[in-house]
Ligand binder design. Structure first.
Ligand code: GDP
Length: 478
């Protein structure tokens, strides 16, 4: 490091040994000392690490048709608080459990699978048992794309509410098809037609109105039309997705939930996305590793193999992974340990580097100059729905040129939350807080993730800043 600092000094760059440099400076430094500089993202770095152990994540792209077999859809339940998400997940789980087989005990492991009869065929659906879009976004922020179909629960006695809209934004941002469950139709005064009308404004047009979204009127409490809802999920998946996986390869997937159990050590629920997971496999999940000692399903049955879309609770990891961590099977125990240890080391290095902001208005300009970006993504949070709407309206009216634009990927009333930061981090957005702030924890997360939060209490100030940023994004004309 000391000699590099000296070379930099001669190049006119005052740097210290622990400082971050921009890519251009690295290139110039490389030329000066006669080295080839290759700049890699952390994803690429991880890919290269895995390749050293003969694991190729890209091989999923060149899988032959004959390797692939249909797999069940994976479903997340989203919607406004108190509209019945938890109740729905409970009802679906209970109506499907064969109590005899399970000895009457079902365990919450974070996900479960149910059987559905459709056109005389037995099919399966996997449900992620943590309702809400917070879990969904946290997973996406870690690179785990688990959900194939979202069930949007809307209470027919309450209609579309702020978190209903948030859920729609999140699902649409992730390109996940939505099935609408109009819940609580047993309540006097329930108005399912009104919900249909309201959702049309968000691009969810019911099939019966000529659209392509399936709506099912249900009661999670009275167990009405739950079978129809499950059918709608399968029909939507069949119509819009090609859900297939290769069961004949080492397993890969994502961690759904994990905890430390006093007696059993680290217990992680993983969802297999490709391949088949076997007892005895050496696995790595994020920076945790170990060997699968036992696998249990949601009914406490022990399994020796888990196929694609099957959630299982795994015993045998030496530490507790984080929800959303991707897992994969390594060739042997030693490889698993080495991958985990190397990842932990580069994670520490990345933490240090991330201290400096990466998503700032300034950098948007830089990235745009390199044509990496032509949309400024923003998340708007404000102290009232009036202020949020007013701000969004004014932002949308900013006209700079045809080349650049602004896209509000999420808006809401209330403090800036972890969820906002996760979403901004995934979609490289700037957060605008209008008379609202994050709490300490959330501010720290934004700092770590390199997400910029701008605070305003006057609308025109916000408009001025954003307008300036957009102008800076304009490509120079030649
Ligand atoms: P969540 O916040 O979306 O998970 O909502 P919950 O599942 O906790 O439900 C909120 C409340 O609505 C609970 O008291 C449920 O029992 C009740 N609830 C849920 N579904 C129905 C339904 O279909 N009909 C009626 N009458 N009540 C329901």
């Amino acid at each position: 490091p000391a000699s590099l600092v000296t070379v930099l000094f001669h190049l006119g760059e005052m740097a210290t040994a622990t400082q971050s440099l921009n890519e251009d400076t690295f290139q110039i430094l490389g030329e000066e000392i006669g080295w080839n500089i290759k700049i890699v993202s952390s994803e690429e770095e991880d890919k290269e690490l895995l390749q050293q152990f003969d694991i190729n994540l890209d091989d999923e792209q060149d899988m032959d048709d004959e390797d692939l077999v249909p797999r069940p859809p994976v479903v997340t339940v989203m919607g406004h608080v108190d509209h019945g998400k938890t109740r729905l997940l409970d009802t679906i789980r209970k109506t499907n459990v064969s109590l005899k087989e399970a000895g009457g005990i079902t365990q919450r492991i974070g996900a479960y699978q149910v059987s559905v009869h459709l056109n005389g065929e037995e099919r399966k659906i996997t449900f992620l048992d943590t309702p809400g879009h917070e879990a969904f976004t946290a997973m996406r922020a870690r690179g785990a794309e688990l959900t194939d179909v979202a069930i949007l629960v809307v209470a027919a006695d309450d209609g579309v509410m702020p978190q209903t809209v948030e859920a729609i934004n999140h699902a649409q941002a992730a390109n996940v098809p939505i099935v609408v469950a109009v819940n609580k139709i047993d309540v006097p005064g329930a108005n399912p037609e009104k919900v249909r009308g309201q959702l049309t404004e968000f691009g969810l047009v019911p099939e019966e109105y000529g659209g392509d979204t399936m709506f099912v009127d249900i009661s999670a409490k009275k167990n009405i039309n739950i079978d129809k809802l499950l059918e709608a999920v399968l029909l939507t998946a069949d119509a819009t997705l090609d859900l297939r996986a290769n069961p004949n390869m080492p397993a890969r997937g994502a961690t759904v939930e994990a905890r430390l159990d006093k007696g059993r050590g680290a217990v992680a629920t993983v969802l297999v996305q490709q391949g088949t997971l076997h007892v005895g496999d050496a696995i790595v999940a994020g920076t945790s590793y170990g060997r699968v000692r036992a696998m249990l399903d949601e009914n406490g049955n022990s399994l020796t193999a888990a196929l694609p879309s099957r959630p299982v609770s795994v015993l045998g990891l030496t530490s507790v992974p984080t929800a959303g961590d991707l897992f994969l099977v390594a060739p042997d125990d030693r490889a698993a340990r080495q991958i985990a240890e190397k990842r932990a080391a580069s994670e520490r290095a990345a933490q240090l580097a991330k201290r400096r902001k990466v998503v700032s208005l300034e950098e948007f300009k830089e990235q745009f100059a390199k044509s990496e970006i032509d949309m400024l993504n923003v998340v708007i949070k404000g102290d009232s729905s009036g202020s949020v709407e007013a701000l969004e309206d004014s932002l949308m009216k900013i006209e700079v040129s045809d080349e650049v634009g602004i896209q509000v990927i999420h808006r809401g009333v209330g403090a800036i939350t972890q969820n906002d930061v996760n979403l901004a981090s995934v979609d490289k957005a700037v957060i605008i807080g209008f008379n609202v702030r994050p709490n300490r924890q959330v501010a720290d997360l934004a700092e770590r993730e390199g997400v910029e939060i701008k605070y305003y209490s006057v609308i025109y100030k916000a408009i001025e800043d954003i307008e300036a940023a957009l102008k800076g994004m304009l490509k120079p004309e030649f």
